[in-house]
Design a protein around this ligand. Sequence first.
Ligand code: G3P
Ligand code: MG
Length: 247
Amino acid sequence: MWPYPRTLAHRGGGTLAPENTLAALRCGLAYGYRAVEFDVMLASDGVPVVVHDPELGRTVAGRGHINDYTAAQLGAMEAGAWFGPAFAGEGVPTFDAVVNYCKAQRIWMNIEIKPAPGFDVPTGKTVALATRDHFSQEIAAGELLPLLSSFSIAVLEAARQAAPELARGWLVEQIPDGWARTTRKLGVVALHCDHQQLTRAQALAVKEEGLGLFCYTVNTPERASELLAWGVDGFCTDRIDLIGATE
Ligand code: G3P
Ligand code: MG
């Protein structure tokens, strides 16, 4: 139901490093995290890059939209200095670079596909195909694979069409009415929700449906324990310093 790690570093290194950068992955690893969540969208040349916001300005210095720039241009931009001078020089990494790092370090990945508005289908398709290419040997060997996830139903459908062998999770804020029917229709293996909106009764119902249940973003050990007692299978955290990594 959930063959994946229980505790994931959100956006690579939580709040201890600039999100969605290679520095974040290094930071997560320094805290013992060999499981991460990160966000992927397409640059203007169709190359998947790891970044959260579709606009520049918050974590990436500059103006405009991510998909106004090529992956090479984004890689040369400043994505670390906002967090602190020690991180200056970190660029927006390509999806390939992040996957290569994670594979080399044996870090498991929850790949959140986060399309820029209007780019759901190409983003879902591209990221699924790229993931399949990176993991062709593991697919053939029946080994544990990354889990794709998205808030976008169009992304999940496009990813399934492109690479049906890759498992997917449906991300929601609050678990909506009719969730069970939608998960069956989408063929997802897990439901991912905001823990602040989850009730114990919903957690039980999701588990009875035979789905994995994943929560974001859990930042205290006490809440993590409570959710695990409810049957939650896994969660991501920003506080990798407070919540210990699990295998
Ligand atoms: O994948 C869980 C979580 O990352 C979803 O929200 O906005 O942090 O990408 P966000
Ligand atoms: Mg995310």
